[in-house]
Design a protein around this ligand. Structure first.
Ligand SMILES: [Zn+2]
Ligand SMILES: [Zn+2]
Length: 102
C-alpha cells in the first residue's frame, strides 16, 4: 500500500500507473497494492473422536430398561460388504445398547 505524498490519501491503481483519487497526484510507476497482512494459517481439521461424546443422531426408540423413548442411532456394516448392515440403538438415559440386524 502506498499513500499520496501530497494529501495522504490511499493511492489507487489507474490504467497503467497508480494515482491519488483525491488530488490527481500520479505516481511514476506501479505501486504495490497487495495487503501486507499475514494470511491466516490453515484452519486445523476437526477430528471427531468417538471416545469423546456421542455424535450419533437421536431418534425415537423405546428402551426396554428405563422406558426412555429417546436413543442414539447409528448403522454399522459388519465385515464384508455382502453382509447385512446392523442398526444400533443406545438409550440416551441408561446407555442400554441394542443391535438390530436386518
Ligand atoms: Zn493526493
Ligand atoms: Zn434406557
Amino acid at each position: 500500500m502506498e499513500f499520496c505524498p501530497k494529501c495522504g490519501a490511499l493511492l489507487m491503481m489507474k490504467k497503467t500507473r497508480a494515482g491519488c483519487p483525491r488530488c490527481n497526484y500520479t505516481a511514476k510507476g506501479k505501486v504495490n497494492m497487495e495487503m501486507k497482512e499475514e494470511v491466516d494459517a490453515a484452519v486445523p481439521v476437526v477430528v471427531v473422536n468417538e471416545k469423546e461424546g456421542n455424535v450419533n443422531p437421536i431418534t425415537d426408540w423405546d428402551c426396554h430398561k428405563c422406558k426412555s423413548k429417546r436413543a442414539y442411532f447409528w448403522i454399522r456394516q459388519m465385515r464384508a460388504g455382502d453382509e447385512a448392515e446392523s442398526k444400533f440403538y443406545q438409550c440416551v438415559k441408561c446407555k442400554h445398547t441394542v443391535r438390530v440386524d436386518n
